[in-house]
Structure formats: structure tokens, C-alpha cells
Design a protein around this ligand. Structure first.
Ligand code: 13P
Length: 249
């Protein structure tokens, strides 16, 4: 059995004060909850407040990106060591917004992934097709290509903590959710590619999350699928009640 991971991606929302407020309200709603792993990924500026607020609770804190070098003249970037020093456990890598607006490529995703794994962080590596690719019948090819490039030269031993998030770009922030059937199909493609790359045993344990307009209203149907090992939640994770409702689905 793969333990589900329900992760919040706050993107560029909330200050440290609002982060503390979120945890004050959120933690009592999920206390005692142990069926799923829960992680909240706020902007870097809120990480200290989040780690402090979540201390002793069943909620981990994650970053939204990580650089591949331990330190250096890389303005605006954060290293794996810096995240670890704060008590951060997870990190999102290769989100489609990074790819779309900040020139992130499959190659830099691969570098960031290697650095995160090397450091012992749990990377949540995002992949997914854009609408034109889906409409052109290219979804499977795109997913396989993104996997091959992101996981290039990473051994199954090194990849032990890897988590993949399938986020169809057309479903992000649009209110359009993939149907459970469609998500399951895409997850199966990713798992089959992971089998090619890492072997069957690894692939059978690999957690593949779904992301894209996950809400309390659609979470139950998605999470009921054996192939869907959790969710990466954007907009609906900003409100403690709505994120707690998704965790409990
Ligand atoms: P929404 O849940 O707002 O569609 O965002 C999904 C996402 O990008 C999570 O990483």
C-alpha cells in the first residue's frame, strides 16, 4: 500500500502572519489524522513561520523550488541545504508555472531533482501536458519524455524518496479537473515509464499525485482511485477548512 500524500502548493500567496493564522486554524482540524502524509509548501519567506507553527504536529513543510548548487552567486535561489536547515522535508520541483514563466526546462528539473534527492528531501516532481498537446493526442509522449529527462542518470536507489505529481496544465487554476478516469490513465503511463527507468519494484512503490483544480467537492472521487496516491492542491489549499476537507475527503 502506498501512503497517500496530500500537499498544499500555496504559490505566491500569504505572509508569515497569514501562515501562522492558517496553521492555528488548520492543525486542530487534522490532529489525530495519520492515514495520509500532509505537507504544506508556502513561499520561502513563510517557511520559518510554517515550520515553527507545525512543530510537533502531523504536518510537514515543503519548499516550492530548490537550486542544484549548495551555494553561490545565484540571486533569488534557495539550496537544498538551506531548506533542510529550516526543518523543511519536501520540495516541489518543475511546476508548470516555473516551466511556463521562468524558463524551467526538463534539464534544470533533472538538476534540481538530483540535488533534492542527494540532500534527503522528498521531491514532488511535476509533469503534465498542455491543452494543445492533449488535443493533438500527444499526452502519453509528453509524459514519457518529461519522465525520461527529469529522471536522467538517477538510480532507483537514489530516487527512493521521489514523488511525482501529474498536473495537466489545462486543469491548473481553471476549475477544470481531469476526470478520475483520465487521471488514472495518465498515472498509468507515468508508472509504466517509471518501470522502464527504475524497474518494476520501484515503480510499484512510487507515489503519483494528481494536481489541477482539486477541491473538497471532487477530492473523494479522485482519491478513491487506487492509482492516485494523493493530491497537489493549489487554490483550495489556501483556506484551512477547505484544505482540511480535502485531507479528510
Ligand atoms: P489549483 O489547485 O489552483 O488548480 O493548482 C494546482 C497546482 O498547480 C498545484 O501545484
Amino acid at each position: 500500500m502506498r501512503k497517500k500524500l496530500i500537499a498544499a502548493n500555496w504559490k505566491m500567496y500569504k505572509t508569515p502572519d497569514l501562515t501562522r493564522e492558517f496553521f492555528r486554524e488548520f492543525l486542530p482540524l487534522v490532529s489525530g489524522h495519520s492515514r495520509d502524509e500532509i505537507a504544506v509548501c508556502p513561499p520561502d519567506i513563510d517557511l520559518v513561520a510554517a515550520v515553527e507553527a507545525a512543530k510537533g504536529a502531523n504536518v510537514a513543510v515543503g519548499g516550492q523550488n530548490v537550486h542544484w548548487k549548495p551555494e553561490g552567486a545565484f540571486t533569488g535561489e534557495t539550496s537544498a541545504g538551506m531548506l533542510l536547515a529550516l526543518g523543511v522535508k519536501h520540495v516541489i520541483i518543475g511546476h508548470s508555472e516555473r516551466r511556463q514563466y521562468f524558463c524551467e526546462t526538463d534539464d534544470t528539473v533533472n538538476l534540481r531533482l538530483k540535488a533534492a534527492l542527494e540532500a534527503g528531501l522528498t521531491p514532488i516532481c511535476c509533469i503534465g501536458e498542455v491543452l494543445e498537446e492533449r488535443e493533438a493526442g500527444l499526452t502519453d509522449d509528453v509524459l514519457r519524455r518529461q519522465c525520461v529527462r527529469a529522471f536522467h542518470a538517477i538510480s532507483s536507489k537514489k530516487a527512493a524518496k521521489l514523488v511525482v505529481a501529474y498536473e495537466p496544465v489545462w486543469a491548473i487554476g481553471t476549475g477544470k479537473t481531469a476526470t478520475p478516469e483520465l487521471a488514472v490513465e495518465a498515472h498509468a503511463v507515468i508508472r509504466s515509464e517509471a518501470t522502464e527507468i527504475f524497474g518494476e519494484e520501484f515503480a510499484s512503490k512510487l507515489r503519483i499525485l494528481y494536481g489541477g483544480s482539486v477541491k473538497p467537492e471532487n477530492a473523494a472521487a479522485l482519491m478513491a482511485q487506487e492509482e492516485i496516491d494523493g493530491a497537489l492542491v493549489g487554490g483550495a489549499s489556501l483556506d484551512p477548512k477547505s484544505f482540511a476537507a480535502i485531507v479528510k475527503y
